[in-house]
Design a protein around this ligand. Structure first.
Ligand SMILES: [Zn+2]
Ligand SMILES: [Zn+2]
Length: 272
């Protein structure tokens, strides 16, 4: 263990570790088999330096949905989503930079009622976002071991579903992480949209969906984990998916058909 006294943001995954606390020499999120340590070795930055060299870009998908990315691309290229709702707005997943323009934009839309997460690869500087918007952070109980910056706003939830407000609910599917979850927005399309994080990976061709223990390291799920994931995910109702890792990772209208076809291939591979 070494002591890193500055705000410590891992440049590979964007996780921000607590200020002035001992953090490991290697980021534990990246040193996990789902991620990787850069071949150049572990490197860190901090919020001040990140803000000097990067900015948040906000793009509109529809009246109720915007996404946020850090530009130039940083860490794993996370895409966060701002979902507008009459009952209160929610931020789905997080990006490692919260700049003044982003604060102003979100406050002008009515602020945030909550932040919710798909899984630990997106926690980044979540406590700063929660503090700015004075809102809770919802994380599935199964992912508690990966919370390295457990501020007072973090609220763990458990079980298969957590209804929020209006047409919003969190659903647990597992797979990629034990607590991997998705956000369902029921009324933005015929059968609703899922913000899927890494619970499902939408391919670059937009013709396939994948579910894996690790995407960058190409590690498959164990058979029992796939079965548990499939039993939950196949019962969900959706026709639209928005992915977490690149712009345009959107399946609008035909997502369930693409998901079903992709899962048939997985079932064949697993002998199901
Ligand atoms: Zn990391
Ligand atoms: Zn991930």
């Amino acid at each position: 263990m070494t002591t890193i006294t500055r705000n410590s943001i891992c440049t590979t995954c964007g996780t921000k570790f607590p200020h002035n606390e001992r953090v490991p020499a290697l980021c534990p999120i990246c040193n996990d088999d789902r991620q990787f340590i850069s071949l150049q070795g572990q490197s860190w930055t901090n919020s001040e330096d990140l803000e000097k060299s990067h900015a948040v870009r906000i793009r509109k998908i529809s009246e109720r949905l915007h996404y946020l990315t850090v530009r130039p691309a940083f860490a794993i290229g996370q895409r966060a989503f701002l979902v507008l709702s009459a009952g209160g707005n929610i931020l789905w997943d997080c990006i490692p930079l919260l700049d003044d323009a982003t604060k102003e934009f979100i406050h002008a839309k009515g602020g945030l009622k909550a932040i919710a997460f798909s899984h630990p690869h997106f926690y980044s500087n979540m406590n700063e976002w929660a503090s700015e918007f004075n809102c809770p952070i919802y994380i599935h109980q199964n992912d508690k071991p990966w919370i390295y910056n457990h501020g007072p706003s973090v609220k763990l939830w458990s079980g298969d579903e957590k209804p929020l407000w209006g047409d919003l609910k969190l659903v647990h599917v597992g797979g990629h992480f034990p607590g991997s979850s998705m956000l369902h927005i029921a009324s933005v399309s015929r059968d609703g949209a899922m913000l899927c994080g890494d619970s499902l990976y939408i391919s670059r061709s937009l013709r396939h969906t994948a579910v894996m223990f690790s995407y960058p390291n190409n590690i498959a799920l164990l058979k029992d984990d796939f079965i548990a994931f499939y039993e939950k995910c196949s019962k969900l109702k959706f026709d639209t998916l928005y992915g977490a890792t690149f712009e345009g990772q959107d399946l609008e209208g035909n997502a369930y058909e693409i998901f079903s076809r992709s899962m048939e291939r997985y079932k064949g591979v697993y002998g199901l």
